[in-house]
Design a protein around this ligand. Structure first.
Ligand SMILES: [Zn+2]
Length: 274
């Protein structure tokens, strides 16, 4: 609950700051609900009078689109930063995500209540947002993240009784805590249900999508790996896993969340050679 309040406070503070900027800029507030001068629009991005905002390739079921898809079901006021040209941005606020397109390609944004402002500060913000998009998750609160990851590792290893969920190897130096939804994804959470205890070999194979786990805990091996001919490590270590069921934690609540597995399994499927 506390984080929701904090989130809301940050948003309100940002709205206030934008309002100040708008007041200080001669042509600050351009309009209200006026398509000709309001939020910049691009002809092919208007659907039924609403601004279209595209999902990243793969649609709302891919985990990297969950946050955006989730907004379609909330009524959160947002700031929409639009790049006009290099170094020039306009901020529009408040806007809301009002619906998912049935095709799964985009959401629709309602900007009918929005005010807009173009100012150097928005430009700085816009550049920073674009520049930091890829790295923000790693640079925010590194200490908190580190603590989370230590706890994650401890909890996952405990849940799986310190043995690999695929091959049951128990050698402590070789068993690690793996993330189902990768750590780099913003929806990834350091919770046991997003974790798997895996030996170093199976951790690496899982991270590289050589093996996948479906939501019913069955292990799949990538087709080209199955077709390969090699020594005992490949035969027993990888090919032999195909069709096996994961060794699960005894406690039901510690078991992998099928939704996380489902999202991750889609990536495994995409990685399979056609
Ligand atoms: Zn293993």
């Amino acid at each position: 609950m506390g984080s929701v309040d904090f989130d809301q406070q940050v948003r309100l503070a940002a709205f206030d700051r934008l309002r100040e900027l708008a007041a200080a800029t001669s042509d600050g507030v351009l309009s209200r609900a006026d398509p000709s001068t309001g939020v910049p629009r691009y002809g092919d991005q208007i659907v039924e009078g609403r601004q279209r905002y595209d999902y990243r390739a793969g649609g709302p079921d891919r985990w990297f689109n969950w946050a955006l898809a989730g907004l379609a079901e909330s009524s959160t006021d947002l700031i929409y930063v639009v790049k006009l040209r290099r170094g020039e941005y306009t901020a529009a606020w408040p806007v809301r995500v009002v619906g998912n397109d049935p095709s799964g390609e985009f959401v629709l944004i309602d900007d009918s209540r929005a005010e807009t402002v173009t100012s150097p500060e928005v430009a700085t913000l816009g550049d920073r947002l674009l520049a930091s998009e890829a790295t923000a998750r790693y640079t925010t609160a590194p200490r908190a993240v580190r603590l989370h990851q230590q706890a994650f590792r401890r909890e996952v290893l405990r849940a799986y009784d310190r043995s690999c969920a695929m091959c049951r190897l128990r050698r402590p130096e070789l068993v690690e805590a793996a993330h189902i939804i990768p750590d780099a994804d913003e929806r990834s959470r350091p919770v046991v249900t997003n974790g798997l205890a895996l030996c170093v070999m199976h951790h690496a194979a899982f991270d590289r999508d050589l093996v996948g786990i479906d939501p019913r805990y069955q292990v799949h091996v990538r087709r080209d790996v199955l077709d390969e001919v090699d020594g005992p490590m490949l035969r027993h270590g990888l090919q032999g896993l195909a069709g096996q069921t994961l060794h699960l934690p005894q406690q039901r609540r510690d078991r992998p969340d099928p939704e996380f597995l489902d999202a991750r399994f889609a990536q495994f499927r995409d990685a399979e050679p056609t």
